[in-house]
Design a protein around this ligand. Structure first.
Ligand code: KG4
Ligand code: ZN
Length: 347
């Protein structure tokens, strides 16, 4: 099946999902295969990098075959292969890039190096093709919390970032101390629905006046201290109230700063991205706050918020249209900054 369509494959392996998708014309999902290692890492309470790499190595050929078969295409139909080259876990990234380079070298299909955060942002254009730069993006994931100006499909300016924990990381740690297990974000989200968001006033950290940076470690420590002192005093704690109150404290800050950034820079559209963009309360409160200011909110469906190959393919398609192809010297860049020149020079 090609029918004159432009076919892009996207490969993602930066953390604990081995994911490969095939898109037609940059946004029609022909297949989106996600092999999650959550069950494996659960036993350790978080992602173990070495184990993640080994599972990518084992899974990737099967995920690749399923993605091709599911899309009803063969390798010769593919116009380019996009692969996440950073940021992420070095060993995990190496599995995806080495595989992509091998397939590209053997088949002659061009290679595109993709930035993981750019891919998260691009998840928005799969379902919202009307979204065009410039716009503001709020990226909230397990490894990142950023307010980013999307000036072009390949040009980004960071307005604010976390100075300590990423918001997803804080959710996962709070879930662990409440006893919910890994990954905590979706579990805190679900439990919070049964609790009172104003039962406990956890710290809202705004940093300096006008700062668009974030800090979540103080709020997270506040939750840990609250639980410890309740235990020492023999008080009974309602986990749902802790979950709801923690969530309210972080969401209030995120929403407040996102609205301020949009107003300050004159944006009337904001695209939410990253795994924490699945959070039901964040989606609701951000939508309401932006609507009050007449600012539109775009957000991907939850399955496109967490790590997936479709977002990588969407980003690779845009890069390919602008002529940004990688050579087979493509390396991995675990700490890659989305503003970096290295990135603009096709990695
Ligand atoms: O984007 P992602 O799949 O991986 C990274 O690039 O980091 O994000 C994973 C993060 C995890 O921390 C997970 O707990 C969080 O997203 N997450 C959520 C929800 N679903 C996933 N956090 C809060 N509420 C959710 N519903
Ligand atoms: Zn991610």
């Amino acid at each position: 099946m090609k029918d004159g369509k432009h076919i892009t494959m996207g490969i993602e392996s930066s953390c604990d999902e081995t994911a490969i998708a095939v898109l037609a014309d940059g946004r029609e999902i022909l297949s989106n295969v996600i092999s999650s290692q959550i069950e494996i890492h659960k036993a350790y309470g978080g992602v173990v990098p070495e184990i993640a790499s080994r599972h990518h190595l084992n899974n990737i050929p099967f995920v690749f075959q399923q993605a091709l078969a599911g899309a009803g295409v063969s390798l010769s139909d593919i116009d380019e292969i996009g692969v996440t080259a950073g940021p992420g876990l070095a060993g995990a990234l190496l599995m995806g890039t080495a595989f992509a380079k091998a397939v590209s070298a053997a088949s002659g299909v061009p290679l595109v190096g993709v930035h993981h955060i750019q891919a998260h942002i691009m998840a928005n254009i799969i379902e919202h093709p009307q979204l065009e730069p410039p716009f503001l993006s709020l990226v909230v994931s397990g490894g990142h919390t950023h307010l980013i100006e999307v000036l072009g499909w390949n040009e980004f300016k960071i307005l604010g970032a976390t100075r300590d924990d990423a918001v997803g990381e804080a959710y996962d740690k709070v879930a662990r101390v409440i006893g919910l297990g890994y990954p905590g974000g979706p579990k805190v989200d679900a439990l919070a629905k049964e609790g009172d968001p104003h039962a406990i006033e956890f710290k809202r950290v705004y940093l300096e006046k006008d700062s668009l940076d974030f800090s979540f470690s103080g709020t997270k420590t506040g939750v840990i201290n609250y639980l410890h002192s309740a235990e020492q005093r023999g008080e009974i704690v309602k986990p749902a109230d802790v979950a709801a109150s923690f969530q309210q404290a972080v969401i209030e800050v995120i929403v407040n700063k996102a609205v301020r950034a949009a107003k300050q820079c004159g944006y009337c559209e904001l695209a939410l991205a990253g795994g924490v963009a699945c959070n039901s309360e964040l989606r609701k409160q951000l939508g309401e706050a932006l609507a009050k200011e007449g600012i539109g909110l775009y957000m991907p469906s939850p399955i496109l918020c967490t790590d997936n190959g479709a977002m990588v393919a969407a980003a690779a398609y845009k890069k390919a249209l602008e002529g940004h192809f990688a050579t087979h010297h493509l390396d991995v860049y675990p700490g890659l900054n989305i503003e970096s020149q290295l990135y603009k020079l096709d990695l």
